[in-house]
Every structure is written in structure tokens, then in C-alpha cells.
Write a new protein. Structure first.
Length: 226
């Protein structure tokens, strides 16, 4: 086999492998970047709560730890949800009147067969995090208004239905405690971080590319006559 026949597939194979490896390295760099962001979010989520700012921005104030005291109304929305080792149930979203405004409060999880308890007659102090979850896509069913069952938390739509500001506070704790609800606080676990899988995919493709190149070059070797 002459070098002239060997050179084109060798160059093509090495170039393809280099591109695939570079994509894998880029995904590793993205992994480290995303891990730093998630670590920063975790620190932010668990920092000391503050009063809810007067002016809010869904990007700047997402995950902001806050504390608020107010009274719940009788209205609520049930968001279909599930928990590991528990099963299906609902998130309960209620409007809360605080100083000068009405906000939405994600009070936590109850099982399907548990009735939503009456609202507390006394003011409640809740701590948690502000959140504007991105849970609605083209496959999300419309809410079943007749049964008061929703399938995702859409802050704007929930605020319109419950006549509140488009602000959602996800409860981490409350005083007095609400025994009927199991809090589902904000954390970084739901934020996708698939860069390691992507990196391994590109590196695997690089190995496959190398093997295919080697196989093709071997096939170019002329057969010797017996």
C-alpha cells in the first residue's frame, strides 16, 4: 500500500477525531462552568432570608431567599405533582395578603386523597425562595378548571386566576407550621446539567471514528496472491 493511497483516509480520520475530541473538551469546560453556577445558586438559596423587595425581576431575584408574614385566602390551586417513595399528589398554591400586595405561595405537597385544610385564621410567617419556574411547554395540558387541577406552575396564569401579583414564594418553612403540607423547597437538583454525558458521547464517537479509520485503512491493503 503506497503512502499516496494511505494519506487521504489518514488525514480525514485524524481530522474527524480531532473535531470530536475538541467537542468533548468543550463540553467538559461547560460542565465546570455549570457546576460553578449551581454551587452559586445553592449558596444563594440557603442564605439568610430578607423581606420581599418592592420591585422584582424574574431573572435577578430568582431563588432569592425571603421571609413574609401575611394571611392566606380561601382560594387555592392544585398542581399535579409526585414525590419519590410517596407517589402522586398536589402542590397547593394559595394567595397570601402581605403588606401592600398579594403574592402566590407554594405551600407544599399533599397526597391525592388528602383534603386541603381550611386556611389559618391567624397570620402566618413563611420563609422560602422566590421562583418563576419554567414548566410549561407545548405538551403541557390546559388546566382542568372544573376540578381545579393544573399540570404546571405558570406564575403569570396562576396570578391571573388568583388575582395576585405574578410573584411565587416557594415555602421552606412556616410559623405556625402547616402539618398537612410537606414543603417542596427550591433547590438546584431540577436544573439540568448534562454536559458530562455530552462529553462522554463525543469522546466515544472519537474512539469509534478512530476504529473506523483504522478498519478502512486495513481494507485498503492489497490482498497478496497465494
Amino acid at each position: 500500500m503506497t503512502m499516496r493511497r494511505l494519506l487521504p483516509p489518514l488525514i480525514f480520520g485524524l481530522a474527524g477525531m480531532a473535531i470530536l475530541i475538541s467537542l468533548g473538551v468543550w463540553q467538559l469546560q461547560r460542565l465546570y462552568w455549570k457546576q460553578a453556577i449551581l454551587a452559586d445558586i445553592d449558596v444563594r438559596i440557603t442564605s439568610s432570608p430578607i423581606a420581599i423587595p418592592a420591585k422584582l425581576d424574574p431573572v435577578e431575584h430568582r431563588y432569592l431567599p425571603v421571609i413574609a408574614t401575611g394571611t392566606f385566602s380561601d382560594a387555592y390551586i392544585r398542581i399535579l405533582a409526585s414525590r419519590k417513595r410517596i407517589g402522586a399528589g398536589y402542590r397547593i398554591i394559595s394567595p397570601m395578603q402581605i403588606a401592600g400586595r398579594v403574592i402566590l405561595v407554594d405551600r407544599g405537597f399533599i397526597k391525592l386523597d388528602v383534603d386541603v385544610p381550611p386556611r389559618p385564621e391567624v397570620p402566618v410567617t413563611v420563609t422560602g425562595n422566590l421562583h418563576w419556574p419554567d414548566e410549561v411547554d407545548g405538551y403541557t395540558p390546559d388546566p382542568d378548571m372544573a376540578k381545579n387541577i393544573w399540570f404546571a406552575r405558570d406564575v403569570e396564569t396562576m396570578a391571573e386566576a388568583l388575582k395576585s401579583d405574578p410573584v411565587l414564594l416557594v415555602v421552606r418553612g412556616s410559623d405556625p407550621a402547616a402539618a398537612a403540607f410537606s414543603p417542596m423547597p427550591v433547590d438546584s437538583k431540577g436544573i439540568p446539567n448534562d454536559h458530562l454525558q455530552y462529553a462522554m458521547t463525543w469522546f466515544s464517537l472519537a474512539v469509534i471514528w478512530l476504529c473506523m479509520t483504522a478498519y478502512f485503512i486495513i481494507r485498503l491493503k492489497p490482498k497478496t496472491e497465494s
